[in-house]
Unconditional design. Sequence first.
Length: 124
Amino acid sequence: MKIIVVDDEPLIAQTLVEILRGEGHHAISVSNGKSALEWASRLSPDLIVSDIIMPGMNGIETAKEILKCLPNCRIILFSGQMSSTDILERAQAEGYLFELLAKPVNPEVLLSMIDRGLAGPDEP
């Protein structure tokens, strides 16, 4: 699976990339929404894993833009800040439903979410 990890904290992004690569995924990290958009247009990823709260373009704005070009791209967002709740609720009111993880991201929970998505809606 092709995955882009987006986080303005390079250590977090690179750690998640290493975990994903260890599971056989083709994963890269970028540090902001603009870079995520550029790489998404080049790679056509299957999945974006992004922090919500970032300077400039936040994770939800980034996800919306990616979905305009890649409507089948799966999006998993993560955040450790309560302020992201309002942003997420506004996106839901607009019809966007994103999967959500708490930060710090638990690698087993992330991998489990990815596996559930790969299994399809009719499988456990």
